[in-house]
Design a protein around this ligand. Structure first.
Ligand code: FFO
Ligand code: ATP
Length: 191
């Protein structure tokens, strides 16, 4: 089977698994993950953080946004260009600067936000559905983050995941770029 097909199956399997989990259980795990994140030296040092706005069973990032703003960090969220499959980050200081976008996503409203210089980001939270302890990940299949990271190779990257999202032997393709760290409710993984 081709890597693409295996990725599709694994994505669906983990999504299904997540949909069966008890929301209260997940919320407890989320708070453990947040606490580990906020203790991380890279987070503490970061002045300019890129995050997505979580939807559905993704690990909550709204609390991360709030915490970052409290800690006087510049927080930035991406706007997708669905044709080119690229991401452009914009500074956000309030939820009022967000609007509903395609695919059920919340994205910055360009009329209300300033564009971020990619080189200024120093900490990027990378979303995904399935992860390996080598730092490889499977996302929604847009290739948005692989493309973004290939242009920003030295950026510090971190993914948040429940243990049940980890799998051994993820298929990898030439373009896949591993994240530098993964935080689960049980551990800090630095591949
Ligand atoms: N909360 C959140 N925001 C995020 C991401 C994310 O994973 N989570 N992304 C992480 O990258 C980007 C959005 N990723 C996307 C990836 C694919 C499609 C999409 O159009 N999917 C097609 C089917 C794709 C396919 O299977 O070929 C569709 O459903 O029509 C949309 C958004 C940026 N924002
Ligand atoms: N750096 C890149 N340059 C060109 N095409 C790319 C690049 N990275 C990924 N792609 C294309 O994007 C498609 C989707 O990639 P992949 O399945 O790895 O996405 P994903 O990691 O699940 O999604 P995302 O990064 O949006 O979370 C691939 O088929 C690939 O052709």
């Amino acid at each position: 089977m081709e890597a693409k097909e295996v990725k599709r199956l694994m994505r669906n399997e983990v999504k299904h698994h997540l949909s069966k989990e008890d929301p209260e259980d997940l919320a407890l795990k989320t708070s453990k993950i947040h606490n580990i994140l906020f203790e991380q030296p890279e987070w503490k040092r970061a002045g300019n953080v890129g995050i997505t706005l979580s939807v559905g069973r993704e690990i909550d990032t709204y609390e991360i946004l709030a915490r970052g703003l409290e800690e006087n960090k510049q927080m930035a969220a991406p706007k997708c260009d669905p044709d080119k499959k690229t991401l452009i980050f914009y500074h956000i200081t309030s939820l009022e600067q967000l609007e509903d976008s395609f695919y059920g996503l919340k994205e910055p409203d360009l009329l209300k936000c300033k564009k971020v210089n990619e080189d200024d980001l120093d900490f990027l939270l990378v979303p995904g559905i399935v992860y390996s302890d080598k730092g490889y990940r499977i996302g929604y299949g847009g290739g948005y983050y692989d493309r973004f990271l290939s242009g920003n190779p030295s950026l510090y990257t971190c993914s948040l995941a429940y243990e049940i999202q980890l799998r051994d032997n993820l298929p990898t393709e030439e373009h896949d770029i591993a994240v530098k760290s993964i935080i689960t409710e049980k551990r800090f993984i630095r591949p």
